[in-house]
Ligand binder design. Structure first.
Ligand code: RAM
Length: 331
């Protein structure tokens, strides 16, 4: 419990206000900051955070984020959360560095700050929760494309923003294993900024510039849906396979049309749940973010922090025509 909250409760008691006022003061407010609002991936994570709050009791989740995927928008959101004196900020960052000064200000005011999904540089957060190992995600996205191209071929990457921590790390990890795929050539990397219309236009650009393109890897749940739509609209189903990371609920149509043969993702609901559990443990001083620390993630298990105060959750799961129906109503 923070000193201010302890004082608030003590003051409440002294004034004989130990009722609704004091209890309200005791509520913990955890802000879950998305890269942008209107993205189904973050909405699923917010559902998980709400689930954690219900389980914990006395916790309010403030699900928020900018309207577009910019660091500037997130800085405004952070400053407003500092003014509201929330207890914890858990952010998926649009830029690992640009948000650091605002987050440092939050930490100086006693607010617990963690990053999740898309990381913040170590000096701007107490810890980072990754959905899975970065290496594994990088290896998975190229394997998904390569498995459909036994003869090799041309592949392009449609990413989110050019400053997005998670996509940049995953693409870097993918590049490290390209030696294992000598017949596959990555011809371009473009950025759809996690905006449906920009991702669609960037895909059209790829289809025009690379008429022999065989696959598009979109390691973004917004980009992959837009790319599949663009491939379908261009009449290129069967020629260009769209893969990467997406939500079964949003990709069911693309699997059905054949624009995507398969794609992967982890459980975003669990990620949001675990993030809220960790933020709560740190903000209530039940745990401290330090290398080797084991922090409870409730029903998910325990997060063990590495030397950079990072922890990773489970392995990504692959979806295709054989299992999409089972999962499309889940997330
Ligand atoms: C988008 C976002 C998010 C990423 C998923 C896979 O929703 O870029 O950060 O984890 O895709």
């Amino acid at each position: 419990m923070s000193i201010t909250r302890r004082i608030a409760i003590a003051t409440g008691l002294a004034a004989g206000l130990w009722s609704t006022t004091a209890l309200a003061q005791d509520d913990m407010r955890i802000a879950l900051v998305a890269k942008s609002l209107g993205n189904g991936f973050f909405e699923a994570a917010a559902r998980g955070a709400e689930e954690a709050a219900e389980e914990l009791g006395g916790v309010e989740i403030i699900y928020t984020g900018p309207t577009s995927t910019t660091a500037e928008g997130q800085i405004e959101v952070i400053n407003s959360l500092i003014a509201q004196r929330v207890d914890a900020i858990a952010i998926s960052a649009n830029d690992p560095d640009a948000v650091v000064p605002a987050l440092q200000k939050a930490m100086q005011r006693g607010i617990t700050v963690i990053s999740w999904d898309s990381g913040v540089a170590p000096e701007g957060r107490e810890m980072h929760l990754a959905p899975s190992s970065d290496e594994l995600i990088g290896q998975t996205i190229i394997k998904l494309a390569a498995d459909q191209l036994p003869e090799g071929g041309q592949v392009a990457v449609l990413s989110a923003t050019s400053t997005s921590t998670n996509q940049n790390v995953w693409i870097e990890e993918m590049e490290k294993v390209m030696g294992e795929y000598p017949d596959i050539e990555v011809v371009a990397t473009v950025y759809g900024d996690d905006l449906a219309d920009k991702s669609y236009r960037e895909t059209q650009g790829l289809l025009q510039s690379y008429p022999d393109l065989d696959a598009i890897i979109a390691p973004t749940s917004v980009g992959i849906v837009a790319a599949a739509q663009a491939v379908q609209d261009a009449g290129k189903v069967g020629e260009v396979n769209v893969t990467g990371l997406g939500l079964p609920s949003e990709m069911a149509g693309a699997i059905e049309s054949g624009a995507s043969k398969s794609f992967a993702i982890w459980n975003p609901v669990d990620l949001g749940y675990a993030t809220a559990m960790i933020a709560h443990a740190l903000a209530s001083d039940e745990a401290t973010a330090e290398p080797g620390a084991e922090i409870s993630m409730g029903r998910i298990g325990t997060a063990t922090l590495d030397e950079d105060n990072q922890a990773a959750m489970s392995e990504p799961f692959t979806y295709d025509a054989s299992n999409i129906d089972e999962f499309k109503s889940v997330f």
